[in-house]
Design a protein around this ligand. Sequence first.
Ligand code: RB5
Length: 145
Amino acid sequence: MNKIKIAIASDHGGYTLKNFLYKYLLTKGYSVEDFGTNSTDSCDYPIFAKKVCTSILSNEFQYGILICGTGLGMQICANRYKGIRAACVSDTYSAKMSRLHNNSNVLTMGARVIGEGLAVDIIDIWLNTSYEGGRHEKRIKMLDE
Ligand code: RB5
């Protein structure tokens, strides 16, 4: 049983992909909580980014996944929370590097940019790549100074 706790959320633009990924993560044995949104009705992505970011900063969850139309609004919003390192990713190489070098703790993706198959590959790589530390640690600390 995988003990990693993941908080996931979306706006209306990411609703369908978020639901798909929520179910996928459960099948992989992760502990996942869905912070909404709960329909395709238009809503504001900062509300959902905040729920996920605060749940990580309080150490309730280890990782966050945020989906909107492009992934960009969610990334911009999440990176306003000190201690959050959000990476908007649409390729597997960036998914890997965002963990190895940037120790990203939030992954954002655009449901209007990538499909379910690529989103799953990105998540698999992101969750299974460890932060390298070392020379990157000084740089990570500088982000919060
Ligand atoms: C909603 O139309 C869209 O703007 C939103 O999902 C996201 O892409 C914003 O960055």
